[in-house]
Design a protein around this ligand. Sequence first.
Ligand code: ADP
Ligand code: MG
Ligand code: ZN
Length: 628
Amino acid sequence: MNDKQQNPQPQQQPANKLQNPRSWIVPILLLLLFIWMLVPSNWNRTQISYSNFRAHVEADNVARVTVQGDQITGVLKSPGTKKVEGSDDVQYTEFETYLPSFGDEELMSLLESKNVMVNTEPTRDPWLWYGIISFLPLLIILGLVYAQTRRFQSQGGGGIFSVGKSQARMYDRSEVETTFDEVAGSEAGKQELKEVVSFLKDPERIRDMGGEIPKGILLAGPPGTGKTLLARAVAGEAEVPFFSITGSDFLEMFVGVGAKRVRNLFQDAKKEAPSIIFIDEMDAIARRRGAGLGGGHDEREQTLNQLLSELDGFEPNENVVVMTATNRPDILDPAISRPGRFDRKITVDLPTTADREQILEIYVRNKKLGEDVDLKALARGTPGFSGADLRNLLNEAALLAAREDRDVIHWVDIEEARDKVMMGLQRHGMTMTEAEKRMIAYHESGHAIVGALLPHSDPVHKVSIIPRSQSMGATQQFPEKEQYIYRKEYMLDRLSVMMGGRCAETLVFETATSGAANDLQNATLMARSMVQEWGMSERFKYMAPGGQSKEVFIGEQLGKSREISERTAQEVDEEVEELLRQAYERAMQVLRERRHTLDRMAALLEEREEISGEEVRAILKEDENGSA
Ligand code: ADP
Ligand code: MG
Ligand code: ZN
């Protein structure tokens, strides 16, 4: 199947860039000049030797000749043949040859005696020729400069002199018609943004109550989850001017331009206050400073510094809200999210099953669906899809249906479209098959049940099988209060919780998956610390055998580990393994006893993709009462 042409977010090119015919004149002229120079003027003439030419004259076979400098060209009366080594002989009537440098005084009289018509032409002026050739590079450079200037102009502005303008597009009060209703899911984020909108509509009301509105809002989440859409909805609902710009628009080939653009943008926005500034794709300018290879990027740092100082320079009564979006919050400079700057962070996650159903419902409104299309089932079968992916899927389905000449979209079209989109998604490694999803649901349920039932472990906060960039699922546990020292019982329970995922896999599917790799690594590290540093094993109660100092220098670590004998090292390994084995056995026992609950929870998780800690506890309680 061909899945090449899928492109969830079509690139928006400035339309006039390639269509403006004037910008093509210079390159085309240059090209013609080049071709004219390359194509030889003698392409249909055959070069022959001077003696051959003379023989033709003497045989009275030459109709006319043209003499130009020492070049002689002419036409034969009947064709001659020229032997070419390695291929067929060449027949020719037009020829070309050169007068020998010692001259041929008898040639003219010979030609006259044979009645050959003789034309003479002036030699081409070599100076003109050399002039053209030596000016060519200059012409090419001029052409490039010209083309570059045209590009600047077509990017919206008055040529090279407007590079400092902010480049932001301003949308007026009535231009944006997006509303919050068009954004499905992300309820918490929407709620927060609605507050911002109500502030911008009536700034005095909140200020009278002594409230202060956030100056900077950072939307963070994977691509295609509707961050830009949310920002547009804010613009549409707030009915105030909306300045929209993409991070990379600040950066130009000239140093200092970005900072100037930032300044201008904030000036413009303050003039129009109350207003909103939206900077999309923030990571283009706000990448962590001083990180990465190859030194810093001065222009970007200047731009970022300017942005930060503009944010700091805001008076609270200026009624300008700055929003920004990124899908790489991890690489943003920490200075960005300092209090007083982009300190409100709204996380926009991949949609859950219910969200996906809502999104699908939004995008089928303008499509004709067959009876057999079940949006609920589709939502369930598209884990890991973003809003943009879902929209793309429905669009593909509509195209497929049209190709098959159907009046409405059938389930087969949807299935095919899903496969097509999935294949694209799998390249970014974010989707899973139904079987994988089921496996992960059991794995996480294993963690959750063990975590909820063992007496010393932290309460379960949330279980999720929505894929993230780091892992395919997660069971979150938060301690009730902050702890600085941990007891052995807590550590042991925690080891068991980590084993819970692997246990569930083994218990249900009688197999092991690579998904537990992270769990096992963490558990091993912890068990090792318990044995080596904290004296929590049976064998080493009074000794920290090779407790490792967390020094940066590897050399020192190597030195330390020599302090224990081979035999002790072996015993340490055995103790670590014993701890892990016991933890595993305990988790397994819990899950065996609660096998029924495990099935129920996994099924629920598979359907909803996210369940809260309270629900986990409720399910456990219900089943206990039921079986008792
Ligand atoms: P982002 O900026 O997060 O990368 P966009 O806001 O550009 O993503 O989303 C791309 C498109 O996907 C939107 O224009 C919209 O059509 C669709 N979309 C994404 N998320 C949602 C959602 N939660 N509800 C409705 N449509 C969505
Ligand atoms: Mg975006
Ligand atoms: Zn796990």
